[in-house]
Design a protein around this ligand. Structure first.
Ligand SMILES: [Zn+2]
Ligand SMILES: [Zn+2]
Length: 75
């Protein structure tokens, strides 16, 4: 099982990873929000993370997680 705490969760409008400890976006200050600051990819002028979609890894993780929990398997 992959350690999901080590991957960025989402993709920004600019197409780079954000929202997580290993994102391409800086962390904001003074309110600590990992990966919500400006984009650190060279040549990208994105100044703040704007949520676009989950990363493929994260959507896979949610998909697997929800099928395992089986909340509509039994009534
Ligand atoms: Zn960017
Ligand atoms: Zn961005």
């Amino acid at each position: 099982m992959k350690d999901m705490s080590k991957v960025a969760r989402s993709i920004c409008k600019c197409g780079h990873k954000g929202d997580g400890p290993h994102s391409d976006h800086s962390n904001t200050y003074p309110i600590q929000q990992d990966g919500y600051g400006r984009c650190m990819v060279i040549g990208c002028n994105c100044s703040q993370f704007v949520w676009e979609r989950f990363t493929d890894e994260m959507s896979e993780y949610y998909r697997v997680g929800s099928s395992k929990s089986g909340w509509n398997r039994e009534r």
